[in-house]
Design a protein around this ligand. Structure first.
Ligand code: ATP
Length: 215
């Protein structure tokens, strides 16, 4: 099994690449956002750490994380944010390792971990290959605005909190990764995603396709 870390800035098209890869048999896609939500309920060490650090009000009476309260707490306090990340990032890595073990046992050939933050949380160390999706800035802004119904200022503010595109490309090159350029239409992006998968694990049948049949 090959583990692919798929990353890219807001609106770059990484979810589009992940969705495309998932139409192939033998591919498992795990989204970092889903893992992050899951560990907030399922990881007792993380929950205990959050309560110790931020107090019992971190979780509401029903046991759900009070996101707004936690966000407000770390918003303008770099030390609190660092403490939060020191708890959450290892928990994400633990959950990722568990998902990888399950996929391996189930015979998955290509495990795709899609994450806006890959290098930042040290998850690049857990993958065999990194793919960075890049797109022209104007396209990224326009697509994120259209998808989220957000203002340009909001999208640009979120962009500013991510690592700069040239730095992401530098880090990708440093680990021998692949840059997937999303500078044309979706069909072109799909073809590039298929090419990447084929290079990593060989040709994969599409789900529902009969091997050997053409068309
Ligand atoms: P985020 O980190 O914000 O979730 P992302 O990198 O996952 O962003 P996507 O959600 O894949 O980005 O793409 C943003 C939007 O742009 C989606 O609605 C997607 O369908 C669309 N999109 C992506 N690439 C193209 C393209 N080449 N042509 C047209 N639309 C595209």
């Amino acid at each position: 099994m090959i583990i692919l870390g798929l990353t890219g800035g807001i609106g770059s098209g990484k979810t589009a690449v992940a969705t495309r890869l998932a139409v192939h048999a033998g591919v498992r896609v795990v989204l970092a956002d889903d893992l992050a939500k899951q560990i907030m309920t399922d990881d007792p060490d993380l929950r205990a750490g959050l309560v110790a650090q931020f107090g019992p009000d971190t979780f509401d009476a029903a046991g759900a994380l009070d996101r707004a309260r936690l966000a407000a707490r770390v918003f303008s306090d770099p030390d609190a944010l660092a403490a939060l990340n020191a708890l959450v990032h290892p928990a994400v890595r633990r959950a990722m390792q568990a998902a990888i073990a399950t996929a391996r046992a189930e015979g998955v050939r290509l495990f795709v971990y899609e994450a806006a933050l890959l290098f930042e949380v040290g998850a690049d160390a857990l993958v065999d290959h990194v793919a960075l999706v890049t797109a022209p800035e104007a396209d990224r802004v326009a697509r994120a605005m259209a998808r989220d119904g957000a203002s340009e200022a909001d999208v640009r503010a979120r962009m500013a909190r991510q690592i700069a595109p040239h730095e992401a490309e530098r880090r990708t090159a440093a680990v021998g990764g692949t840059v997937v350029r999303n500078d044309a239409d979706l069909a072109t992006l799909h073809a590039r995603a298929d090419g990447l998968a084929e290079r990593l694990v060989g040709e994969l049948p599409r789900i529902g396709e009969v091997p050997g049949s053409d068309g």
